[in-house]
Write a protein that binds this ligand. Structure first.
Ligand code: CO
Length: 167
């Protein structure tokens, strides 16, 4: 299976709001397979379809440590946060903004509803890191990058540095 190219900021596809998936067909399943492989290869803990140039609401996540034998791949189609509470501050980076991290405020707990690859409705309840990664990846589907979640001063400072690096 081929590895996909990960788009790097400021690619305009990263800024677009992605469309819902209305049919789970073979090409979507292949995309999910390729996204998982690309995510593990990067390596990263999450990847959203717009990061590989597909503006559709699909993401893959696995927060299992890289050196672990087991895998806990989560594949979500049309994910939606239906409940959340609490807050957490923690370091975040992004495969599309390589070399930059920032402390981002996120919900501590989220409940996410989505379809799995079989088209079944599933609910994922997550906290801590998994919750953070899900929020980060779902943001990608709305064209939002992690540094846009920072307060104004921190955001402006980081954006200046990022633009210097990539534009
Ligand atoms: Co990202």
């Amino acid at each position: 299976m081929p590895l996909l190219d990960i788009l790097i900021y400021p690619d305009q596809k990263l800024k677009k709001k992605s469309k819902s998936v209305d049919k789970i067909d073979n090409s979507l399943l292949l995309l999910l397979d390729d996204m998982a492989e690309t995510m593990y290869d990067a390596p990263g803990v999450g990847l959203a379809a717009p990061q590989v140039g597909e503006n559709i609401r699909v993401l893959t996540v696995d927060i299992t440590p890289q050196d672990s034998e087991e895998k806990n791949l989560i594949e979500l189609i049309n994910p939606e946060i239906i409940d959340s509470d609490g807050s957490q501050l923690g370091e975040e980076g992004c495969l599309s903004v390589p070399g930059f991290v920032a402390n981002v405020n996120r919900k501590l707990n989220v409940k996410v509803q989505a379809l799995n690859r079989d088209g079944e409705e599933i609910t994922v309840e997550a906290s801590d890191l998994l919750s953070r990664v899900l929020q980060h990846e779902i943001d990608h589907l709305d064209g939002i990058l992690f540094f846009e979640r920072l307060g104004r001063l921190k955001r402006e400072l980081l954006v200046k540095k990022i633009k210097k690096a990539f534009i």
